[in-house]
Design a protein around this ligand. Structure first.
Ligand code: IPD
Ligand code: CA
Ligand code: CA
Length: 314
């Protein structure tokens, strides 16, 4: 086990994460709209991966391993057959989030790096296309240091003073396409969840919450690389991230804070597998709004969700 980090060590990691995500973002965006090899990971036309995802991940892994040989890179693509023992620092990487958008020429995607310390996100850098100078932006954070784009400090959208807990009409929120399969929505909340959108990139949504573009984001059940960076960006921008409580931690309201992955972190293969396998639904935004929304969504039992989805897609 390495020594717990201090702020200077974290600042160095944050700075390097920005450098790496910039390099990967440059590479990925240079291929946007061009030819690429596309495969369906599920073999059914869905869950796409391209040679650009793989090249982006290799670039990130090579840069990190050269600079921090004691750290681990856990990326979405090309999982090793034998997972190594977990290191204290894990760079949790989505080399392109929103691959289906990317393949279809829709410029809503992101490159995401969340650095975990014993399972908890402590540094983050997210690259997104953006209509600004250069055509992109990098959001970054380190634990306790705030979330930033350049020298602009980010803040989640401040709830309306009149009704601080309610999603506001005319303000954007994102919900998954599978919302009605996953949750029973309280009758009064139907049609009152803000102006809902579905973007196809969980990382982008979390980043837009941190940036104050969205009042909240509710994701589907997504992987650690979809959430690692976003959890930290949102928290450092003054928000919180909740997830439905598991059977082991029933609490009033049925939701708990999602602050990281693998609560019983050990430097073992099991921990690496647990982080790779973890899937969480995340609800992110200003605390008042997020708690309000969470109380209006009752999770459907998983077996029932699967049966309903099978019927629907038959
Ligand atoms: C996907 C996106 C999408 C989410 C999917 C993810 P990918 O990631 O985050 O928003 O709904 O579950 O798989 O495959 O584009 O990296
Ligand atoms: Ca993803
Ligand atoms: Ca991806």
């Amino acid at each position: 086990m390495t020594a717990p980090h201090d702020d200077a060590a974290l600042a160095e990691i944050e700075l390097f994460a920005i450098e790496v995500v910039n390099a990967a973002g440059k590479l990925v965006s240079s291929r946007f709209g061009g030819d690429m090899d596309v495969e369906s990971k599920d073999g059914n036309g869905a869950n796409l991966v391209t040679d650009v995802d793989r090249t982006s991940q290799s670039l990130i892994a090579e840069m990190v391993q050269e600079r921090f040989p004691g750290h681990m890179v856990l990326g979405e693509e090309d999982a090793p057959k034998d997972e190594p023992d977990a290191r204290d620092y894990i760079w949790c990487v989505d080399p392109i989030d929103g691959t289906t958008n990317f393949v279809n020429g829709h410029p809503v995607y992101a490159v995401s790096i969340g650095v975990l310390y014993r399972g908890e996100p402590v540094a983050a850098a997210v690259w997104t296309p953006w209509p600004a100078d250069g055509g992109y932006e990098v959001m970054h954070a380190r634990k306790g240091g705030g979330a930033w784009i350049g020298d602009r400090k980010l803040a989640v959208k401040k709830p309306s003073a009149k009704e601080p807990h309610r999603p506001k009409r005319g303000w954007l929120s994102t919900i998954p396409g599978s919302l009605r399969f996953m949750f029973k929505v309280d009758r009064a909340a139907r049609g009152n969840l803000g102006e809902p959108r579905t973007t196809g990139s969980a990382v982008y949504e979390m980043a837009m919450v941190a940036r104050g573009v969205l009042q909240y984001a509710l994701t589907g059940a997504v992987f650690s690389w979809d959430l690692a960076a976003g959890i930290l960006l949102v928290k450092e921008a003054g928000g919180i991230v909740l997830t439905p409580a598991g059977p082991a931690d029933r609490v009033a309201g049925g939701w708990v804070m999602l602050d990281g992955f693998s609560p019983g972190f050990e430097n073992t293969q099991e921990t690496t597998k647990a982080i790779r396998g973890a899937r969480n639904v995340a609800l992110a935004g200003a605390p008042e709004v997020v708690w309000f929304v969470s109380r209006r969504l009752k999770r459907r039992r998983y077996g029932r969700v699967r049966r309903r989805m099978r019927r629907w897609f038959r």
